[in-house]
Design a protein around this ligand. Sequence first.
Ligand SMILES: [Mg+2]
Length: 231
Amino acid sequence: MKKEYEHIFFDLDRTLWHFDENSKKVLNDIYNKFELNKSIRSVDCFISKYQEINENLWNLYRDDKVSKEELRWKRFGDTLKYFSLNDNKMAIEIGDYYIIYSPRQTLLFPNTIEVLDYLSKKYQMHIITNGFEEVQYTKLTKSGLLNYFDVIILSEKVGVKKPHPYIFKKAFLESGADAKNSIMIGDDLYADIYGAQRVKMDHVYFNYYNTPHNKKVQYEINCLRELYEIL
Ligand SMILES: [Mg+2]
């Protein structure tokens, strides 16, 4: 029998909004617009190096070891530097371009809207995100997601990021939910799943790429439609 939840808390990036594909599209545009072909052999080399550097910097950002301002341009600065292009001015311009155009991309994971239509008839739904405040609303609006959600909890506003328990407690307070009648759905084993576990909230790990792991999770899905079996 399905458990009686009242509230669903979703992560946004890589859970509903197809971060990797949307990001790739803009990185492709950047490669062309800034004529990076003059220094970087192929767009794939540029993208994969950028992704590696960005991921490391994001982990530092999540642990408050690098500021948002620094993260924004340094991920491009370090990528360019790797390809022997020492140009911080260009890195800043690219960083600004990325922040403007990436949130305007609208690709969602397969069946996102269908699943949200189904869930919205049964539950109150909310977002808890560690993403930058000024871009998350653009993503939600442009991709047609905003109206599905009651409360949007942004780490920047709360002052701490997932998996800090305070951001979940703040989300409960603002939505009128509690850990017992709620479930968290997210793609990040640390931020979303460990975060939910710390406040004793049920959780679904969205493992779209079927990445092997050894963590204990309550539910694991690799397609959003699998939520029909749980919710
Ligand atoms: Mg995510």
